[in-house]
Design a protein around this ligand. Structure first.
Ligand code: NAP
Length: 290
């Protein structure tokens, strides 16, 4: 369908705030969902520099923009400009979804639910498992709170800047009474038992595909499952090595897709039928990821 056929005076506007923004797949996902469910809306990327974030939020409200996603580097910085924040986003300390209300935007974090949904679909349960999270940035915070919420046996967090891993471990334990400990990158090889490793750093992401955060391949022998939040490339070296060691592997595309679905559901107060979601994820994955 041509753009002119679906943008008219009643079309509602949604968008994504980020910097940089050029490589985002979010418009493809949201505009595909809108076409699928027959909504008169359009989702566009907005390139917002950090120093213009407050103006962007105020301007978006003035322009009657119904909802927005927020990506790097604005997920934490946007919080002071919101009217409210939902409890999971509060725990994580970052938002990726804004919904328009009568007197401002309310923030949500759908990254956590997106990752959980993607792991469930792949048959990677977290309950009773020992989980190692690589990284302690925004995505790691979502992964850690989500994992803690699923009653794992234990969580380890490893990060280049160990203080950030220690802080995240403390933050998780404010909300969940499970053992959470920081471990330095060098010491992860000494951990005796890990079931699932969730890789949340950008190491190995295009155009640096030849990099990997785990150099010792024997590490993968103790794992059942390896999850990488990167989806470009669709199989990082981290995931290739895990697959060779017979681990279940999962890239970040499912997380991206399901966080978008949940954001769309929050904005429009509806549930997108499972069958429709399944059709859509297959089409988009084939066209843009594989
Ligand atoms: P972030 O807040 O900037 O955090 C980046 C993390 O990676 C930090 O812990 C940082 O360590 C670590 N790191 C970065 N470069 C490193 C290097 N060269 N060596 C070692 N550690 C390094 O970013 P984020 O928002 O968490 O995003 C992280 C990744 O997740 C990105 O690849 C992003 O695309 C992906 N992601 C995917 C989805 C999805 O839907 N699939 C959603 C969100 C994010 P320090 O603390 O030491 O700096």
């Amino acid at each position: 369908m041509k753009l002119a056929q679906y943008v008219n005076g009643k079309t509602q506007i949604y968008g994504l705030l980020g910097h940089p923004i050029e490589h985002t797949l979010s418009p493809v996902i949201h505009n595909s969902i809108a076409r699928l469910v027959g909504h008169d809306l359009i989702y566009v990327p907005f390139h917002v520099y950090p120093e213009h974030l407050q103006q962007a939020i105020q301007g978006a409200y003035g322009l009657h923009i119904q909802g927005m996603n927020v990506t790097v580097p604005h997920k934490q910085a946007v919080i002071p400009f919101l009217k409210g924040i939902d409890p999971m986003a509060q725990k994580i300390g970052a938002v990726n979804t804004l919904k328009r209300t009568t007197d401002g935007y309310v923030g949500y974090n759908t990254d956590a639910a997106g990752l959980r949904r993607s792991m469930i679909q792949k048959g990677i349960p977290l309950k009773g498992q020992t989980v190692l999270i690589l990284g302690a940035g925004g995505a790691a915070r979502a992964a850690a709170m989500m994992a803690a919420d699923q009653k794992p046996k234990q969580i380890w967090i490893s990060n280049r800047t160990i203080e950030k891993a220690e802080l995240l471990a403390v933050d998780v334990q404010k909300f969940y009474s499970i053992p959470v400990q920081a471990v330095s990158f060098n010491n992860i090889y000494d951990l005796l038992h890990i079931d699932i490793c969730i890789q949340t750093t950008p190491i190995g992401m295009s155009p640096n595909e030849i990099k990997t955060p785990i150099s010792d391949l024997s590490f993968f022998k103790k794992l059942d499952a390896a999850v990488d939040l990167i989806y470009n490339p669709s199989e990082t070296i981290f995931l290739k090595n895990a697959k060779q060691a017979n681990c279940i592997t999962l890239n970040g595309f499912g997380m991206l897709f399901y966080q978008a679905v949940q954001a769309y559901e929050i904005w429009n107060e509806l549930t997108i039928p499972e069958e429709e979601q399944k059709k859509l994820i297959e089409i988009i994955q084939k066209e843009y990821i594989d």
